[in-house]
Design a binder for this molecule. Structure first.
Ligand code: LRH
Ligand code: MN
Length: 431
């Protein structure tokens, strides 16, 4: 068992120092909730079920096309990435799985990788394929597309890569493949918009046929970038159309950053839930494009509204398969561990606040068209300070009452800067 990266003694003593304040805050929250007919313990039980997966590509420094500024002590390979994911889980206790990306995380000893992850107390969530970059020695380039390329040999290469990812995922204990493709056009006329979509369906059908019985394939839409005029799977409509044609194992994954700025994302979520086609999420935040900023850092109310739809559906029993919760962020100026901890907490917070919506009163207000009354019911839940409950959940599970403070006191990153001399990494690009 690898030693816990953060000294459990430090977590214990720091939690002890903060416990009296936490107890006082919890008593206050208990009174506030009791006035609303909500039992703190019941809420805690439901909140404790929340979990979100960490993207392995999120524990390294991210960048843009202009530059990537490496962080001293950042992970240099998948084993070091797992070690950093384990630190996030050790302190926040709601990130028990990681989502790998191939070939970025390719290793010779796949079973060994699974063993190391489980020794860190981590499992594997959906695996991600990559046909948006050319790998050294790759026979065919993806410059003009992958699954939708006009050349059948390129499509076959991309299909084979996805099937290889399924096999790797199967050996890691994963149950889903996420397919995002950059395929599209930069000029009107460059691509036959219909034929490209048909080629997508043909290629995806071959990938779908390779799925093990209990697996799913998540189709990820994105409005633009790197294609800057037309993207083959640009929106939920194209994704939903494809998922319906492919079959029941195919569902639509919503990356919050993949929409035009003014898009009502919670409405898309409501529609996909109704259709039984919501795969899950790549959580992040954005102000302009696919900025991949920390979840809840720009539009926390929108994030709350997404969870409001999810909790309402959960309470209606609308899910045959629970949606997958994953983060997909790029940490260009922060310590990725700090961003992932505060983001996981922001997601858990949005979920718990959505649990606080009085749905009976909301139904009545909506029935009698009491617009402001209904809106206020949502805002009352969103305004509720649930921090004491989140801190108690972490502490009860052996985590930190204040993850950021304890992580900084641990000196983990400085220690890693000693142990992990830089290996030069990319000077630009997302990872
Ligand atoms: C595309 C995307 C996709 C990943 C990549 C790292 O923008 O959201 O989910 O494969 O980021
Ligand atoms: Mn994504």
């Amino acid at each position: 068992m690898p030693p816990s990266a953060i000294d459990p003694g430090l977590i214990g003593s720091e939690n002890e120092r903060r416990r009296p304040e936490l107890e006082a805050d919890l008593e206050h929250l208990e009174r506030v909730l009791a006035r609303r007919g909500v039992q703190l313990d019941e809420l805690a039980q439901r909140a404790a079920r929340f979990a979100v997966a960490i993207p392995t590509w999120g524990v390294g420094r991210g960048g843009t096309r202009f530059a990537r500024f490496p962080l001293a002590g950042e992970p240099r390979d998948v084993l070091e990435k797992l070690a950093d994911c384990a630190v996030v889980q050790q302190l926040v206790r709601c990130t028990p799985r990681v989502s790998p990306h191939f070939p970025w995380d390719a290793v010779a000893d796949v079973e060994g990788l699974r063993r190391v992850a489980s020794e860190h107390g981590l499992g594997f969530d959906a695996v991600n394929s990559n046909t948006f970059q050319d790998q050294p020695g790759q026979p065919h380039s993806y410059a003009y597309g992958s699954l939708t390329h006009t050349d059948a040999a390129v499509r076959a290469q991309a299909v084979a890569h996805n099937i290889e990812c399924i096999e790797l995922g199967r050996r890691l204990g994963a149950k889903a493949l996420t397919v995002w493709i950059a395929d599209g056009a930069n000029f009107p006329g460059q691509q036959d918009l219909c034929a490209a979509f048909e080629r997508y369906l043909e290629s995806m059908a071959a990938i779908y046929a390779a799925l093990p019985e209990d697996w799913s394939v998540f189709l990820e839409h994105k409005l633009y970038e790197p294609a800057l005029y037309a993207t083959v799977i640009a929106d939920w409509g194209s994704s939903y159309m494809a998922a319906c044609e492919l079959g029941s194992k195919a569902r639509c994954l919503v990356d919050l950053g993949h929409h035009a700025p003014t898009t009502n994302i919670e409405m898309i979520v409501a529609r996909l839930i109704r259709a039984g086609k919501l795969a899950g999420f790549h959580f992040n935040d954005s102000k302009y494009g696919d900025d991949d900023l920390d979840s809840g850092s720009i539009a926390p109310f929108q994030l709350f509204l997404v969870f409001n739809e999810l909790v309402a559906a959960e309470q209606r029993g609308a899910f045959d398969l629970a949606p997958a919760y994953l983060m997909d962020q790029s940490h260009n100026v922060t310590d990725p561990i700090e961003s992932l901890m505060t983001s996981a907490t922001a997601l858990q917070r949005a979920y718990v606040q959505a649990l606080l919506v009085d749905r009976e009163q909301l139904d009545e207000a909506q029935e009698r068209n009491d617009a402001l009354g209904a809106a206020e019911l949502l805002r009352a839940a969103f305004r509720t300070d649930v921090e004491p409950l989140l801190a108690q959940l972490r502490a009860r599970a052996g985590g930190a009452i204040d993850p950021l403070a304890i992580y900084r006191r641990s000196g983990y990153r400085a220690r890693k800067a000693e142990e992990r001399p830089a290996r030069g990494g990319s000077q630009a690009g997302i990872v």
